[in-house]
Ligand binder design. Sequence first.
Ligand SMILES: Cc1cc2nc3c(=O)[nH]c(=O)nc-3n(C[C@H](O)[C@H](O)[C@H](O)COP(=O)(O)O)c2cc1C
Length: 386
Amino acid sequence: MGQFHFVTAGESHGKGLVAIVEGMVAGLSLPHEYITRDLKRRQAGYGRSSRMNIEQDEAEIISGVRHGLTIGSPISLVIQNRVWQDWRETMRVAPVDKEVEPVTSPRPGHADLAGAIKYGTEDIRPILERASARETAARVAVGAVARRFLEAFDIAIHSHTICIGNHRAKQREPVDWQQVEGSPVRCADAGAEKAMMTSIDMAKGEGETLGGVFEVIASGVPVGLGSHVQWYRRLDGRIAQAVMSINAVKGVEVGTGFAVANMKGSQAHDIIEPARQGTALPWRRVSNRAGGIEGGMSNGEPIVVRAAVKPIATLGKPLPSVDLSSGEATEAHYERSDICVVPAAGIIGEAMLATTLADAMLEKFGGDHLKETLANYHSYGTSISS
Ligand SMILES: Cc1cc2nc3c(=O)[nH]c(=O)nc-3n(C[C@H](O)[C@H](O)[C@H](O)COP(=O)(O)O)c2cc1C
């Protein structure tokens, strides 16, 4: 377990979500509105279900912060589920008198079948409640804590949508992040944005769902986070695990990623050349195909991560399944569901990259108070530039 880590708890239609965050330094200013901002960004995005209009996510901080500053103790965050009001019977903690109808038709592509067998339950409800990406609201709240910490070191993290279905954005450098934030699908290419929204509408009409690809970029990351000396210390491996753990993510790549397999060595790498006079470091890169990581360590260039998101498993036109109670052929279970979650997944990607980088920063620079971590960071900066 890393220096900075967290666990989450909570069911999709339970009373709420909880996250406990361990390892954050003291002295970091943490207004709760800062966390709410990212929760709102996660809830937006064309193609989400009507649940996003019901929930008005806010994280209440119930420990680890005093008078606006972190105090070094575990930070706990609580997010209420508004829908719980309608699910009190189905999700009651105490035993209930009347029978609650069980879910018995597993959805292909969801946790339903494997989870029900593994946890020995005839009702799939307990599995789908926790496998639901509602849990990622807690991750985004934790990600905001990590992001606040990273900002003290001028590290910024953004995400945008690269494709939805087979509509791909034309990528321009640098990405216009303001345009992305204003886009319903978090895409900087206005033409592609329109096509993406139309395809989401069409998918909805057909009882279908859509996947896609998002990209997350962290800028301002210092050289030397992670390490080549042990497999589990490699930063690319740690980021891949964090991003792959997001519900519905089926592929992760760093920098050129899979496309590098078809390149020649001379095209694949980022040449190193002398820096211009007056810059802190004596070398520079003219490209960033490696996506900011070489040998499992950050190399000072922006970290660029992309993830493939599968089409959502709950279809308006349900796929064939088997009723586990009777063994008869049936249709998969359906309940209110998103059509496309690529834009929201990008925000969760930001959170998972932020928590991984916060952990790697604390591992490298240590400290119990932010001042101490900053002093260590500046001293390292001076040592590598002299
Ligand atoms: C933001 C977000 C929202 C999601 N919403 C839904 C949904 O409404 N319905 C659904 O079936 N799956 C949804 N998913 C995906 C499932 O949570 C996921 O497919 C499931 O947990 C199985 O895990 P796996 O796809 O990683 O194998 C969502 C994923 C994300 C990232």
